[in-house]
Design a protein around this ligand. Structure first.
Ligand code: PMP
Length: 389
């Protein structure tokens, strides 16, 4: 007999990552230089660590500092609460599992508001043995946990603080979890509610506006008792020491592209609306538009190297740099007003080389260069840095 895992709930569907870009390119006879990812809802440029690598990667033989005092304080300072109200996790994803582990289990009920939305709420809830109910906003049933995604993935709709408060007041025995992964891009935060309504918990991440998804850092903001109950159910050291150090510095001194992204989101949305697309207002770094045959359009765009995220009734795409967004709009047959920011996108492939240059002239010196030649990468990176490209 081989060891048997526990039974998964009927109909359980694990999280499925997008197919790696290399495979998607190969399947379509394209090079990766021709592929642009509009599907991951992360910023097009990486966040810049404000801590020298020699410092963040020092002492790799040691565990992270017990209790992550520095990161607790930085997150608390960023949102304006006490450090004891913070719970840390390896991304907001882990905190979704921690919430589920803390408040759900067999015989308990989780409600997913504004369904369909981010699938991990259902996955984490079902893994505890709880029953999960998908619900529209207007007739939310009650349960032990109510999951709210605001700004909403995939539509971008933000619920107001008053709307969240009304749910928390109407369901005093439920933990109302507001996933604010995208809140830096718009909408009202529910954080101020936590002081009056201790059944509200807010989830945040450094994966989106901060451009640090690779670090895997998220935090929850909760009433002290709730935070304590969650911390008791977290593993000893969920965040690597380099990640914790870089994340703390980023939270103390946030440097994001939020303003540019919002301006770009509105430019692109205006163009889609003018072309007759049904594209709801979004408070995230992405837009959703209705299409009758999403699979067909997805394939058509993917054939041109443009990878979006498909849903049964439409497609979602991340707002990227202006020239990249223009490429997508052109593929959709949409004309847009030119962006205020000067940018260009050049893709060129020959039998020997595959090259993509995505250049913004009005930048901040942040660049990602990957030519395969280290010295050239270094030169171009410095050129971009000093030229503020
Ligand atoms: N919540 C939502 C709504 C998301 O879209 C995502 C990322 N796709 C996450 C949480 C996960 O964030 P993290 O990278 O912090 O785990």
């Amino acid at each position: 007999m081989t060891p048997q895992p526990t039974q998964l709930p009927d109909g359980f569907r694990p999280y499925v990552w997008a197919i790696p870009l290399e495979e998607q390119a190969a399947a379509r006879g394209l090079s990766t230089a021709q592929m642009i990812r509009f599907d991951a809802n992360v910023p097009p440029l990486p966040g810049v660590p404000q801590v020298a690598l020699t410092q963040s990667f020092a002492r790799l033989n040691e565990y992270p500092p017990g209790g992550y005092r520095e990161l607790h304080a930085a997150a608390a300072g960023y949102v304006g609460v006490e450090p004891e109200q913070i719970v840390l996790g390896a991304g907001a994803d882990e905190l979704i599992y921690v919430v589920a582990r803390t408040y759900l289990g067999p015989g308990r009920v989780a409600v997913v508001a504004d369904a369909p939305t981010y699938p991990v709420y259902r996955i984490a809830s079902e893994l505890t043995g709880a029953t999960v109910t998908d619900s529209a906003w207007d007739d939310l049933p009650t349960g032990e946990v109510i999951w709210i995604c605001s700004p909403h993935n995939p539509t971008g709709r933000a619920r107001t603080r008053a709307e969240v408060a009304a749910v928390a007041q109407a369901n005093p025995d439920a933990l109302v979890v507001v996933d604010e992964a995208y809140v830096e891009y718009g909408g009202e935060t529910a954080v101020p509610l936590v002081a009056e309504l201790p059944n509200v918990v807010v989830l945040r991440t450094l994966s989106k506006a901060f451009g640090l998804a690779a670090l895997r850092v998220g935090y929850a903001v909760a009433a002290p008792d709730v935070a304590e109950a969650m911390r008791e159910r977290t593993e000893p050291a969920p965040i690597s020491a380099p990640s914790a150090t870089i994340a703390a510095a980023a939270l103390r001194n946030p440097r994001t592209d939020v303003e540019e992204t919002i301006a770009e989101r509105e430019r692109v949305r205006a163009a889609l609306l003018a072309a007759g697309y049904d594209c709801p207002a979004s408070a995230g770094n992405f837009l959703f538009f209705d299409v009758a045959a999403p699979d067909q359009l997805f394939e058509e765009l993917a054939g041109q190297g443009l990878i979006l995220r498909r849903y049964p009734n439409g497609l979602r795409f991340t707002v990227r740099l202006p020239a990249e967004n223009d490429r997508l709009l052109a593929a959709l047959g949409v004309e847009a007003e030119a962006s205020q920011r000067r940018s260009a996108l050049v893709v060129r492939t020959t039998t020997e080389t595959a090259l993509r240059i995505s250049l913004g002239l009005d930048g901040r010196g942040r660049a990602r260069v990957d030519t395969g030649v280290g010295f050239l990468d270094h030169l171009l990176t410095l050129f971009a840095f000093h030229g503020k490209l």
